[in-house]
Structure formats: C-alpha cells, structure tokens
Design a protein around this ligand. Structure first.
Ligand SMILES: Cc1ncc(COP(=O)(O)O)c(C=O)c1O
Length: 384
C-alpha cells in the first residue's frame, strides 16, 4: 500500500495533528470571548488598555525591565535591530539553521546576515563557529561586525553565556531571536532577560500565541525600549504628531492583546504539560532516534519536540500513514533558500545535516496521554 493510501486508512477523526489550536480554544473560549467583547465595547482597537496591561504582565512574567508589543516576531527583530542602530554595511551573525524570518529581518534593515553553524546537540548557534565567523568577517573588511543574533530553536535558549563572551570580546551587541522560546529559561532567568534585547513571536502556533500575528521586544535599556516604542508607531514619541525617527506601522492589535491576556493566565501550566510530554518522548524514544538535548539548568518552552533520524523522509511517510502529523523545521538551511543565496560564503555542514535529519512531533499541551503513547508506539514502529 502506498503511504497516501495508508493515510486514508486512518479515520480522519483519529489523526493526531502537529498543532491543534481548537482544543485550546474550546478550553479558553469563554474568557477569550469576554475579553474580546470588552475591546469591541470600548473600541480602542489600536494601543487600547489591554495592550498596556499585557505589556505589564509580560514584563512581570519574564522579569524584563521593558516589554513593547509589536505586530509580529519578524517585525520585533527588525525594529530591535533598528533601535540598536544597525544599518547598511553592518554584519549580523545568525545561525544558519533557523526560520527564514531571522535572516529576513536583518536584510530588511539594510544589513547583511553572516551565517554561523549550529551544534548537533542543541541545534543552536555554535559559539566556536561564531568566533571564526566574526574573525573572517572583520578580516575581509567589507562589513562591520555589529550584532550577534542567536536563535532559541524549538524553544531551547541558546548558550548565552558562551555567545555573550564571544560577542563581548569582539565588541558586538547581542539580540536574542526568542520567537520560539518565550516561557523557556536558564537557571532562574527567563527568556526575555537572557540577552540585553530579545524579540519574540505570538504567531498562533507559538507556545504563547494569539489569533493573528503578534510579537514583542523585551529590553533592559530604557533608551532601546523608547526607540522601539517610537518605531512601532510611525516614529512618534507618545501621542505627539512629530516623526522623531523613521517609524513603521507595527503595533500589536488590542484584540490580539486581549487573546494573549487570556492565554497568559494558564501559560505556566501549558509549559509544564509541554515539558511533561517531551520527557515522556525522550524516555521512550531514546536509543531508537536521537532525542533533543536540554542542557542541565536550561528549560525549553518546547515550541517543537524535534528528533533526528537519518532516513527522515521515510519515517515521516510512515508516521503519516499511521495518522501522526509531523513537521519539517527546517528542510533547508538559510543559505539554501533562494532569497539568501547571495550571503553564502562559509562552510555550514552541521546546519545542512540538521535540515536533512530533523523531524518535529506533536507536543502541544492539549495532547492526551493516550495520544502521546500512540505517537511513541508509531515512532518506534516507523524507526524499528
Ligand atoms: C526563529 C524565528 N524567528 C522569527 C520568526 C518570525 O515570527 P513571526 O512569524 O511572528 O513574524 C519565527 C516564527 O515564525 C521564528 O520561528
């Protein structure tokens, strides 16, 4: 039987989707509707009171000095880069194994991404390769090394201690692409304070997701925070009509803030459930596949639970036939995308290997234990 014929053999209602936002919606619907109705009633759809309240609650959650919500994760990255003074002629160091938006944000502010390879254990930026990339870029002399932008892939914070040390040695700033990791942390510090500036995403399938596009910048420097606040709203200071700096239309909608306020209330419980599911997978699948490593002291937000298997596409087809939805994050490393071909120039063997071997399993908090068991059995059968 072909895999598509086998897939049809699984009743649609018993398929397990990679993401299932409908179960969460059913759980939270009353509160979300109540909060959205309040926004419809007061009518302040842009920068309404919910946006202010959300920023306060996010700051308290992350322990961050300043939180500025914006229109998406990609916009959060681009605005943070603008606020940090990044411009044409600057080099921004990004891992080669990440979502296209990481490099896209760099290009959109006129700077150039320099790709850095990742570590096999964590999928995150390799500090030793970062050091090499900075030295090579400085020696070539065409670009000025300016910012290091590690990504917390799949929700696991990058190695900020090692990366921060390399960046400091070369006089570079650090901006965390924390699009996938809000809710994660290292030791007693949460994502949002692991780097001087962090950008996150509230895309619907992110651990904390809204019902459209959304994001936030978290910063410890009040001047950077003020710049971000101006840039997201036409470059204006407060309610003034003067464009102080070049700005964008990049605010988070009040309706999205209302959704996020509702979801933030139960976010810690959801993070615990994600971690519990991940631990069950790792205990059961260890040995059959390469399971993700979480360094001791780190906490992943488990936006995705991603295994490595050499015959990834075959395993994926078998899981599909068994009714298990999986995802490829990412099938291409950044330098393999047509849009970023111009920025090749360094060997990136680990990123290419990861793009061929990684496979993400469902890990959303509304999975039942029975479904988790079924996924484990299907992975063992597909890889055995
Ligand atoms: C690593 C990474 N960076 C940036 C983004 C961009 O976020 P958004 O989709 O909210 O623009 C995403 C998510 O999609 C992401 O996964």
């Amino acid at each position: 039987m072909s895999s598509s014929a086998a897939a049809l053999a699984v009743a649609p209602e018993s398929r397990i989707a990679l993401f299932d936002l409908q179960r969460q919606r059913a759980r939270l619907e009353r509160d979300i509707r109540r909060r959205m109705d309040a926004v419809l009633a007061h009518g302040q759809f842009i920068l309404g009171p919910e946006v202010d309240e959300l920023e306060k609650q996010l700051a308290a959650f992350a322990g961050a000095a300043h939180v500025i919500t914006v229109s998406s994760g990609r916009d959060a990255l681009a605005i943070a880069l603008m606020a940090m003074g990044v411009k044409a002629g600057d080099a921004v160091f990004v891992p080669a194994f990440t979502f296209a938006a990481t490099a896209g944000a760099v290009v959109s502010v006129g700077a150039e991404p320099v790709f850095v390879d990742v570590e096999t254990a964590t999928f995150n930026m390799d500090p030793a390769d970062l050091d090499r990339a900075i030295l090579e870029t400085a020696a070539a002399g065409r670009l000025v090394p300016r910012v290091v932008m590690p990504v917390d892939l799949y929700g696991l914070p990058a190695d900020y201690a090692a990366i921060g040390a390399v960046a400091a040695r070369h006089g570079l700033k650090v901006l965390a692409d924390a699009a996938q990791s809000f809710g994660g942390g290292i030791g007693n510090r949460r994502v949002g304070v692991l780097a001087p500036v962090s950008a996150t995403s509230f895309y619907p399938t992110k651990p904390l997701g809204c019902y459209g596009d959304g994001g936030a910048v978290l910063a410890d420097d009040p001047d950077v925070a003020e710049q971000v606040r101006m840039i997201r709203s036409h470059g204006r200071a407060g309610t003034g009509d003067e464009a102080v700096v070049l700005g964008l239309t990049a605010r988070l909608d009040t309706l999205q803030a209302a959704v996020l306020l509702s979801k933030l209330a139960g976010f810690d419980d959801e993070l615990d459930r994600r971690a519990e599911i991940a631990a069950r997978y790792s205990a059961a699948l260890h040995g059959a596949v390469i399971v993700p490593t979480v360094p001791s002291g780190s906490r992943s937000a488990f936006a995705l639970y991603t295994i490595r298997v050499p015959n990834r596409d075959e395993v994926r087809a078998r899981l599909d036939a068994a009714g298990i939805g999986t995802g490829l994050f990412y099938r291409l490393a950044l330098h393999q995308h047509p849009a970023f071909k111009a920025y090749i120039g360094r060997p990136l063997p680990v990123s290419e290997q990861m793009a061929n071997e990684t496979l993400s399993l469902p890990v959303h908090p509304d999975l039942t234990d029975a479904e988790v068991d079924r996924i484990i059995a299907a992975v063992l059968a597909a890889t055995g």
